[in-house]
Design a protein around this ligand. Sequence first.
Ligand SMILES: [Zn+2]
Length: 57
Amino acid sequence: MTVESLICAVCGRPVALDEDHRRVRSTKKRMDDRDRPTDYYLHEQCARTVFEGWWSP
Ligand SMILES: [Zn+2]
């Protein structure tokens, strides 16, 4: 059985989707057109490093 995996946006290594991971949606808000969402996948560990210090709105 193959486990689907995607590339981590931070370290570039595969992220197994049956393990702890995070999905981040970045949506470009366009005033004159449709929004453009992009999904990123990160290891839990990589996400913690990247989001450290970020403030929630
Ligand atoms: Zn990673």
